[in-house]
Design a protein around this ligand. Structure first.
Ligand code: HEM
Length: 214
């Protein structure tokens, strides 16, 4: 048991490092501000790899920097990080769309572009659907426990969509031309590993709650 505890703590420390490292790497590579396009990979990685992962890790029983704080504080930090994440995602979408418009290119022609658009729409909806968790009077006839469960499940789906969009972004001509093969594989590992850890965290919390209720 002790062994698996240390193991889990090790995993979450690794995920913090991976998210920060990956975001820094894409930031350095794209040099935000050097062109309108450069904002797209930078803002999207910031939104989905750094901010959204940290927003969910806040609730991790092992890897949360706020482990000893009350649940209310964790909820507040989660809320702020997710607002920042959605803002970056919307700005990142605006940057690439406007860049394509200026260059007279067709929109949403690749799998990355299509899934990316869906991802941004889903995270905006997910955020709006989370408002009743703060203002509970808005959720008439729904118990808070039920709302939280739906929020966690649909939040996990949004996170996985984000991870797949990031991975497809790494397959773009821009990124494959910017890095060598082994760097590409290392980069692709980042969203893949984070997705596994987040999936593990959310399903564990969900399964544990279900057991308590039945
Ligand atoms: C979850 C994160 C991401 C989302 C939601 C996303 C979303 C999008 C969308 C919607 C488009 C199409 C815009 C249009 O057609 O008007 C697009 C294009 C593009 N994205 Fe991303 N993106 C993400 C991450 C990345 C990353 C990390 C990179 C680079 C490493 C990247 C590189 C590109 C490139 C080169 C294009 C233009 C070519 C194309 O349309 O496929 N994206 N992205």
């Amino acid at each position: 048991f002790l062994h698996s505890e240390t193991h889990l703590r090790g995993n979450s420390a690794l995920i913090h490092l991976i998210c920060i490292g990956f975001s820094l790497f894409i930031g350095l590579l794209s040099r935000p501000g050097s062109s309108l396009f450069s904002w797209h990979p930078f803002l999207m990685t910031l939104a989905f790899s750094f901010l959204m992962t940290e927003a969910i890790l806040v609730f991790s029983p092992h890897g949360s920097p706020l482990k000893r704080f009350p649940h209310k504080v964790k909820g507040g930090v989660h809320w702020i990080l997710q607002c920042l994440s959605v803002s970056c995602a919307v700005l990142g979408l605006a940057a690439i769309s406007y860049n394509k418009f200026l260059n007279g290119k067709a929109h949403f022609t690749s799998w990355h572009g299509l899934l990316g658009l869906l991802t941004v729409c889903v995270v905006v909806l997910q955020s709006l659907a989370a408002v009743p968790l703060i203002y509970q009077t808005l959720a008439k006839g729904w118990s808070l426990a039920k709302l939280k469960r739906y929020h966690a499940a649909s939040g996990l789906v949004s996170y996985l969509l984000g991870s797949v969009s990031l991975l497809l972004g790494l397959r773009s001509a821009w990124f494959t031309a910017s890095v060598r093969e082994h760097t590409w594989y290392l980069s692709a590992l980042c969203p893949a590993l984070s997705a596994l850890v987040i999936m593990n965290q959310v399903t564990r919390a969900y399964v544990a709650k279900k057991r308590l209720q039945s």
